[in-house]
Design a protein around this ligand. Structure first.
Ligand code: ADP
Length: 605
């Protein structure tokens, strides 16, 4: 990072950190004020009080006025102990309060990150760059920088060191002035080599971020009990374990490489330190032996020299530490303003019936060269039940993602009620659709929450949709009915639904949303034949007069729809009713239907 850029990053991060702290929890500043008082008093008295006590002790031995000097020494010792006690109480209190604040700010940041992630454009959730940025933001704002409190702590440590430096510089100037250049020279050498080590640290952080994400994913999968069956039956534990080990070895390699690169620099710093100590002691010892200073002054100079060096070191390394922590924490700021993938409109969606029209739509996924959909032209009228069929990978789900505006089209346009969907407000537009994706997710909440998603659930409506989806009777048998928790993650009495029940839950959720357009992407894949038949039979009741788009591999289900479109070779190859398509000579649908019919001969449908 260039110096100029680093400055900008540090300035922006500090502004963010101070603003957030002041707005959210200003009491954190009181913590640092307490620590400032404790640190300053401690350092000053370490240098000064020892001098007074030692000088009195020497006078007891040399002057003969024992009682007077004994009293003085006792008073100084009393002050010393008193201040020590007070500073340690203050410091402990500050430490405790600081960890409470650190915890609070860490949760605050986690919530902000989660909020932002949920609001990000969908395509970022499939974008490795965005996922990397999220990982860097999480790590950068937690353990790498210590978060808000980590950065604030570093700034106030700098302030404390500056105050101590000022205090001991006055002492040294009046007692042993040549100590100053010795300390400064040693420091210059140490600073240069310390900066080199910091740069090495930063480089390894960047290398580690990607490796950490993949490593974390593999370990998470291994620990996720829901994947237990797949992992055991496909014997993938070894493969996962090997992968985890590979990334773990990679990380150890990065750490080892970092330590190796830093070792030589650390040796130079150690040597500079030893030289500094030697010269300082020789100089102050010389002053004491020649009686230029008292024995108490000798002790004070030794202590002040130590404080001077460490405060100077604290300031220089403190600036580096602040820059470094800010660079890490800045990844959070960067993630929070990750550019939106799509332009957002503001138009409201009008009430009533809706017509959907795809006009010359082509699409390729970001970072991909290949068009997945090519010149799609299709109108879906209000209330129409449309079935989409096609082989795996034909682009059916992608078509749905485009319709829901999870991605923007690459070419052409999608119109709803004659308006390009880019012009609609996102929030309004999404209200139009209730979708059951193939890879729908249920959460470790109650069944009720999984269907109604918070708010005041309408019991009568819940019953209606559960009955429609064929889940009502099963739900009644659950230990706590609709309030039974799904999965056992947070409740040992939680239940694991069967694949069919999970799919019915997802269908009930879509129906409960009561949106004008219902989209079911292979809704029957996990259902048994009876349940599947029930869904078909009730299809018209299920979706009522709503517009419905229905993706299925089982062509027999398409009969229930008004119209069928066939996706093949990235585009729509056939479009018509079941009877029309079956009659097409050499047609794709006719061929697929004949193939499948072989297996269904004699079935009740
Ligand atoms: P279908 O639903 O018909 O099985 P999809 O719409 O899921 O097909 O996929 C169509 C094509 O797009 C496939 O070749 C698939 O590999 C590709 N694809 C799907 N999702 C992504 C993605 N997020 N990034 C890149 N390519 C994708």
């Amino acid at each position: 990072m260039s110096k100029q850029k680093q400055k900008g990053v540090t300035r922006e991060t500090l502004k963010f950190v101070f603003k957030t702290a002041w707005k959210e929890r200003p009491s954190v500043f009181l913590v640092y004020f307490m620590r400032f008082i404790a640190e300053f008093a401690d350092k000053m008295q370490n240098a000064i009080m020892a001098k007074f006590i030692i000088d009195e002790l020497v006078l007891i031995i040399t002057s003969g006025e024992i009682s007077q000097h004994l009293t003085n020494a006792a008073v100084y010792a009393g002050i010393y102990i008193g201040v020590q006690l007070l500073t340690s109480v203050l410091r402990n209190l500050a430490d405790q309060l600081e960890s409470v604040h650190a915890e609070w700010f860490s949760e605050h940041i986690d919530i902000q990150l989660a909020d932002h992630t949920m609001q990000m454009d969908f395509e970022h959730t499939e974008d490795p760059e965005a996922l990397d940025a999220l990982q860097k933001a999480q790590e950068g704002m937690s353990w790498y920088s210590g978060g808000i409190v980590g950065v604030l702590g570093a700034v106030f440590k700098l302030v404390n060191n500056a105050a101590a430096l000022l205090g001991v510089s006055v002492i040294i100037l009046f007692t042993c002035p040549w100590l100053l250049p010795v300390q400064v020279a040693a420091l210059v050498v140490i600073t240069i080599f310390n900066a080199k080590n910091n740069r090495i640290d930063q480089e390894s952080f960047l290398k580690l971020a990607k490796s950490n994400r993949v490593f974390g994913y593999v370990y998470y999968q291994l620990a996720d009990f829901r994947l237990g069956k797949d992992i055991r039956l496909y014997d993938s534990a070894k493969m996962m374990g090997d992968k985890a080990k590979m990334y773990s070895d990679e990380q150890v390699g990065i750490w080892r490489d970092t330590a190796k690169k830093q070792r030589k620099n650390s040796w130079v710093m150690d040597a500079a330190n030893a030289l500094r100590d030697g010269i300082s002691y020789f100089y102050i010892g010389f002053l004491a032996v020649t009686k230029a200073i008292t024995i108490g002054d000798f002790s004070m100079c030794v202590s002040a020299a130590g404080t001077l060096y460490w405060s100077l070191y604290g300031i220089v390394s403190g600036v580096q530490e602040i820059n470094q922590k800010c660079a890490y924490a800045h990844r959070y700021i960067e993630f929070m303003r990750f550019p939106a993938a799509m332009e957002k409109g503001t138009k409201p969606v009008r009430q009533g019936e809706h017509t959907i029209e795809f006009r010359h739509v082509s699409f390729r996924y970001p970072r991909s060269e290949k068009l997945v959909l090519r010149d799609i032209n299709l109108t879906i009228n209000s209330g129409e039940h449309l079935s989409i069929v096609g082989l795996n990978g034909a682009g059916k789900t992608t078509f749905i993602k485009l319709l829901c505006r999870l991605y923007d089209v690459t070419e052409g346009e999608i119109l709803v009620d004659g308006v390009n969907i880019r012009e609609y407000s996102d929030e309004e537009y999404r209200k139009l659709f209730a979708v059951v994706f193939q890879d729908f997710q249920l959460f470790a909440f109650s069944l009720r929450e999984n269907i109604a998603f918070g708010g005041q659930a309408d019991d009568a409506e819940l019953e209606r949709v559960l009955k429609l989806a064929g889940l009502w009777e099963d739900a009644q048998k659950l230990p706590q009915g609709l309030d039974t928790m799904l999965y056992k993650s947070f409740d040992e009495n939680g239940t694991d639904l069967s694949g069919g029940q999970r799919q019915k839950t997802a269908i009930a959720r879509a129906l409960y949303k009561n949106a004008p357009v219902v989209i079911l992407d292979e809704p029957t894949a996990a259902l048994d034949p009876v349940a599947e038949y029930e869904i078909y039979r009730q299809f018209n009741t299920l979706v009522g007069g709503k517009t419905a788009v229905y993706i299925s591999h089982r062509l027999s289900s398409c009969k229930f729809c008004d119209r069928i479109v066939v996706f093949a070779e990235d585009t729509i190859k056939e479009n018509g009713t079941h009877d029309e398509l079956v009659a097409l000579d050499g047609g794709i649908y006719a061929k697929m239907f004949a193939e499948q019919a072989k297996y269904y001969v004699g079935c009740s449908e």
